[in-house]
Structure formats: C-alpha cells, structure tokens
Design a binder for this molecule. Structure first.
Ligand SMILES: [Zn+2]
Length: 218
C-alpha cells in the first residue's frame, strides 16, 4: 500500500505530465494543507486515485482556477477536516484516516488557525467516530492527517510553527500507525523528518513523500 503525501508547495516532480508514470504504484494521495486546489485537482485527474486533504493556515475559503471559476473545495478530492473516512485497500479492508488540519493561532485571520484548547476540542469531537472504528474494525485509525506537527516534534520555536499539544494526547490514546504533517518547511538535509511517538511514526511530508504503509521508518 503506497501513499503519495503532498504539503505546502507545488513541486515539479508531481505537477508534471510524467506524474502518472512516476507515481504509478500509488494507491491514494493525501494533501497536508497549504496546497492550491488546482494542484490537488491536477493530481486526482492525472493519477485517477482518491485524494484526501486537510487545510493549512494559508488556505483561503475559496480559490480561483485558471478558467475564472471560484471554487470552495478541490473538485474530485475529499476534504476530511474534522472527519474520519476509509481509504480503499482491497487486501485488508479500508485504511482508516482522520483529519485535523490548520495551525496554532498566531494572528487575527480566522481561517484554519486554532488555540491549543480548540485543537483539544476538535480532537475530542472525533472520539465517537474513532470508537465506532474500534468496534467495527478493531482499531481506532491508521493515519492522522494534519497540517501542523505535534508539539515538540518537527516544530519550530516561533508561534506560527509551534506544534499542537492535542496531537500528543491523540497519539497516546488512539495509536495511529502514522501522523502525517507539513507546515515545517525543510531546507537542510540533516533536518529530522521522521520521529516515533509511542506506536506512531510522525512524518513530515513537506513538500512530497511516498509512504509505504507497511514499512517501518523509525
Ligand atoms: Zn502552514
């Protein structure tokens, strides 16, 4: 099971006529925020695989496409903000995803910014769906899709890039196999982008990363 994860930046290796050949073995795609809708729409059309996404702090409520249309969601893609859903896996039944996008609040822009307490509330609001997963599938979830990282893991000292406390609780409680995030841009080869926290592998996917669901990264 291969997942193409995207975040924060349009990259030529994906936004390319060769995307289908390069990522032929990918089963589905996730967007970790701060990505233009045209990019997600390109990927869903070119790869013809499901695309799930959450929002980043720079995402606006609506975006113009090159043909002048104003759109509120990336067409053909599934926003999973504050929701759980299943990504198709023919062998083992669906992979269980949940989405908690956005970042810590750092200015007056109301979009996709939250206090630490608001993030705790959002995580708590997912509990009934996660419990249902546990009853029906034997586990709470497989992948938590985020924009910001957890507090103290791949985060940065400034307020906008401080990580989220609630994600630490979330991982201790629900034990997803992966937490995928972006938001922390990576400019150096020696930057840590994979960290284990309890049973969860926290991966910074900026600006793109192919993830083998069955591989142990860290
Ligand atoms: Zn961001």
């Amino acid at each position: 099971m291969k997942i193409l994860a995207l975040s924060d930046e349009v990259v030529d290796v994906v936004y390319s006529p060769q995307v289908k050949e390069r990522f032929a073995d990918v089963d589905f795609v996730v967007g970790c925020g701060d990505l233009p809708f045209y990019y997600l729409e390109f990927v869903v059309t070119a790869l013809a695989k499901p695309v799930f996404y959450v929002h980043g702090n720079h995402d606006r409520p609506s975006q113009y496409l090159s043909d002048g249309r104003l759109i509120q969601t990336a067409e053909g893609c599934l926003p999973i903000e504050d929701q759980t859903c299943g990504a198709p896996d023919e062998r083992k039944g669906p992979l269980l995803l949940a989405g908690l996008g956005g970042s810590l609040r750092y200015n007056d822009n109301p979009m996709h910014q939250y206090s630490q307490i608001e993030m705790h509330r959002r995580a708590l609001a997912l509990a009934p769906q996660l419990l249902l997963n546990r009853v029906q599938r034997g586990r709470y979830l497989d992948i938590l899709l985020c924009h910001a990282p957890p507090r103290g893991i791949h985060d940065l000292p400034d307020r906008a890039h401080t990580g989220i406390d609630a994600f630490l609780d979330f991982m201790r409680r629900y034990r997803p196999r992966f937490l995928l995030h972006g938001h922390s841009h990576v400019y150096r080869n020696d930057t840590v982008t994979a960290t284990r926290y309890y049973d969860t592998q926290v991966l910074n996917v900026y600006p793109y990363r192919v993830i083998d669901f069955d591989r142990v990264y860290v």
